[in-house]
Every structure is written in structure tokens, then in C-alpha cells.
Design a protein around this ligand. Structure first.
Ligand code: NAD
Ligand code: TYD
Length: 352
């Protein structure tokens, strides 16, 4: 038994791979193109571990995906690889269309070819697990109920539109060809190894460097936040017991405005790394809003709880404390990410 994981050197993918190998000896093959967001240092603790194989490559390369499937014969493919940052999708949508749509299409077609050739038992057990986002559902007003799995798709950014397209492809490959798929739509994650272009890690590293903490618009946009290891445990639960062809929403039951998030981060830093110049809140700066900025996301995660018994283990209070502490404990990771040195490390270690 083996899992093929795409995007396993990114934020959520690397947390998933590390979590999986903590509690299972089932091997993982990671396929990752190591874009700016892929950091092999996240998986450095697995060097020399026979249970993990890293392959640098692009999910759009059909021949490579075919070869990995026939060589490693995985029982499931877990698809994390994506372009994932909304702001980058606004300034350059092309890479999002290619990786998120064409890449998912390539993986589906390669999977279909491989899966068609399996014996009956392996065929029934095989899974394509597509990791997606709540952003496909669009934006909520304050009074709207949270997103259920039945919510219509209303993506608003090039990122969420490309993820919505990939979700539709996955659905169609199940409906038309019978490919055994699972889709999970998760809310905003936070935790270790989060690239400091996203809100929470950006605020932590900027605060520690004495730089401005840029808040878009009025700071009242709301997101549901989930600690990343809870996302990993939800994926394990869906992979193990999810009904084929179904989608499951994953969330933390934790809606907060951006301003509340940044205040919490500042208060934790004030406690754990006080600054003689005063509270880190002094660095908060309101900046021009993101174009098309979705006002509110919220997740109704009752289906995954009812069917699979999954609930998040962390509260926001426990998860954000662990996260801030992780960044304080790993200044070298931050420095290497910010300077780009993690890419030199990859070149040396991996002969990229
Ligand atoms: P990330 O940007 O940190 O990592 C993406 C990874 O995919 C990187 O390692 C990158 O090198 C790799 N990749 C990109 N293009 C590739 C390609 N063409 N071929 C192979 N590898 C490629 O993203 P993340 O935050 O870890 O998100 C992982 C998945 O979870 C994405 O599908 C995202 O849409 C979804 N998701 C993210 C969040 C969140 O809060 N970050 C929430 C819900 C869902
Ligand atoms: P982000 O982490 O980019 O995730 P997403 O847009 O996919 O939800 O942003 C989270 C929220 O934080 C979002 O409402 C935009 C806001 N934000 C800021 O206010 N300032 C920033 O510098 C960033 C990166 C995000």
C-alpha cells in the first residue's frame, strides 16, 4: 500500500505527509514541482526515511504521472498541488489556470487509465482525493448561513474560479467514468510551515521584524480558521470512510475577522517576545483593499462530523499559540524562506 501525494512540499501537503508518517508505515511518494511555495526543507526530517520518496516534477506532465502510478502502484492519490494565493491570482492568473485546472485534468486522466487496469478488488478500493477550498462557494453576508456542501458555487477570484473548475472536473470524472473520487472543501488553514505571504505568518514575521502589519480595507472580512493538523486528520478520516463521489466541508467552527486575528497574534507576541518599543499593535496599518475581496467565509462542518465523527482537536486559542511559538522557535526557516536560500538548499540537496 502506498499513497501518491501531489504538492507535498507546500504548507498543507508537508504537514499532511509529516503527520501521516508519524502514525503509519504506509509509504508516501510526493510529487511536487517546487515552485516558490514548495519547500523541501519542510520535509527535511524525512531524509533517509525509506517510507518517503520525493519526486520533483509537474502535475501537468502526463508521462511522469503515468510512470509514477505504474511504478509505485498507489492505492490512492491525494491531490494538494495548486497555486494557492489569491493576491498572486489577481496579478497573474495564468499559472492558476494551468496548475489548478490543467494539472487536475492531467491527474484525473492518468488516474483513470491506471485505475481502469486494476483488478476488481483494487479498483473498488482506489481513491482520488481532491483537496479543495471553501472559497469556491463565494462570499457570505453577515446574516447568511455557513456553507453547506449543497451551496451553489459562486467563485469570485481567479484562484477560487480555478479551484471550482477543478472540483467540477473531479465530479465529472466520477459521474461519467466511475472514477472513485472524494472532494474536501476546507476553510483557511494556519500553522507551521505556512509561507509568509498569507495573513497569519506574514503578520508574525513582519511584527518580529518591526515592519508594518498591512490590513486590507476595514479589516472586518471574516474567515473560518482551522489548525493545519486538523485538516490532515480530516483528510485521513475522509480517505478512510468517506463515501465515494461525495464532498465534505471541513472547518474549525471558528469565524474571526482579520482585525481580530491580527490583534490575537500581536497579543501573543507581546506575551512571548515583548518589544521594548511597545505593543506590536502599533504596527497595524490599514492599506488599500484587495480587488473583489470576499467579505465572509463560514463552514457548516456537520456532515463530516455526522458521517465520520470528525471534529477539530484544536481551538483557535491553542492552535494560534502553537503557531506563534513555532515561528519563534524556527527563525532560520523564516530567514531562509525570505531570502530565497531555501531554494539553494533544494538545488544542493536535490540537484534540481
Ligand atoms: P501551497 O501554495 O503552500 O503549496 C502548494 C504546493 O504545490 C507547493 O509545494 C508547490 O511547489 C506545489 N505545486 C504548485 N504547482 C505545481 C505543479 N504544477 N506541479 C506539482 N506541484 C506543484 O498551498 P497550500 O496552502 O499547502 O494548499 C494546498 C492545497 O489545499 C491547495 O489545493 C489549496 O487550494 C488547498 N487549500 C488551502 C487552504 C489554505 O488555507 N492554505 C485552505 C483550503 C484548501
Ligand atoms: P489570505 O491568507 O491571503 O487567505 P484568503 O484570501 O485565501 O482567505 O488572506 C486572509 C484574509 O486576510 C483575507 O481576507 C485577506 C486578508 N489579508 C490582509 O488583510 N492583509 C494581508 O497582507 C494579507 C496577505 C491578507
Amino acid at each position: 500500500m502506498t499513497l501518491l501525494v501531489t504538492g507535498g512540499a507546500g504548507f498543507i501537503g508537508s504537514n499532511f505527509v509529516l503527520d501521516w508518517l508519524k502514525s503509519s508505515d504506509e509509504p508516501i511518494v510526493t510529487l511536487d514541482a517546487l515552485t516558490y511555495a514548495g519547500n523541501l526543507e519542510n520535509l527535511a526530517s524525512l531524509q533517509g526515511d525509506a517510507r518517503h520518496t520525493f519526486v520533483k516534477g509537474d502535475i501537468c506532465e502526463r508521462a511522469l504521472v503515468d510512470q509514477l502510478l505504474s511504478q509505485h502502484r498507489p492505492r490512492a492519490l491525494i491531490h494538494f498541488a495548486a497555486e494557492s494565493h489569491v493576491d498572486r491570482s489577481i496579478s497573474g492568473p495564468g499559472a492558476f489556470m494551468r496548475t489548478n485546472i490543467e494539472g487536475t485534468y492531467t491527474l484525473l486522466e492518468a488516474s483513470r487509465a491506471y485505475w481502469s487496469g486494476l483488478g476488481d478488488v483494487d479498483k473498488a478500493a482506489w481513491r482520488f482525493h481532491h483537496v479543495s477550498t471553501d472559497e469556491v462557494y463565494g462570499s457570505l453576508s453577515e446574516q447568511d448561513p455557513p456553507f453547506a456542501e449543497t451551496k451553489t458555487y459562486e467563485p469570485n477570484s481567479p484562484y477560487s474560479a480555478s479551484k471550482a473548475a477543478s472540483d467540477h472536473l473531479v465530479r465529472a470524472w466520477h459521474h461519467t467514468y466511475g472514477l472513485p473520487v472524494l472532494t474536501t472543501n476546507c476553510s483557511n488553514n494556519y500553522g507551521p510551515y505556512h509561507f509568509p505571504e498569507k495573513l497569519i505568518p506574514l503578520m508574525i514575521v513582519n511584527a518580529l521584524a518591526g515592519k508594518a502589519l498591512p490590513i486590507y480595507g476595514d479589516g472586518k472580512n471574516v474567515r473560518d480558521w482551522l489548525f493545519v493538523s486538523d485538516h490532515a486528520s480530516a483528510i485521513r478520516a475522509v480517505l478512510q470512510g468517506g463515501r465515494v463521489g461525495e464532498t465534505y466541508n471541513i472547518g474549525g467552527w471558528n469565524e474571526m475577522s482579520n482585525l481580530e486575528i491580527v490583534h490575537t497574534v500581536c497579543e501573543l507576541l507581546d506575551e512571548l517576545r515583548p518589544d521594548a518599543a511597545g505593543s506590536y499593535k502599533r504596527l497595524i496599518t490599514f492599506v488599500k483593499d484587495r480587488p473583489g475581496h470576499d467579505r465572509r467565509y463560514a463552514i457548516d462542518a456537520r456532515k463530516i462530523e455526522r458521517e465520520l465523527g470528525w471534529r477539530p482537536a484544536e481551538t483557535f486559542a491553542t492552535g494560534i499559540r502553537k503557531t506563534v511559538q513555532w515561528y519563534l522557535d524556527h527563525p532560520e526557516w523564516v530567514v531562509r524562506v525570505q531570502s530565497g536560500a531555501y531554494r539553494d538548499w533544494v538545488a544542493q540537496q536535490y540537484q534540481a
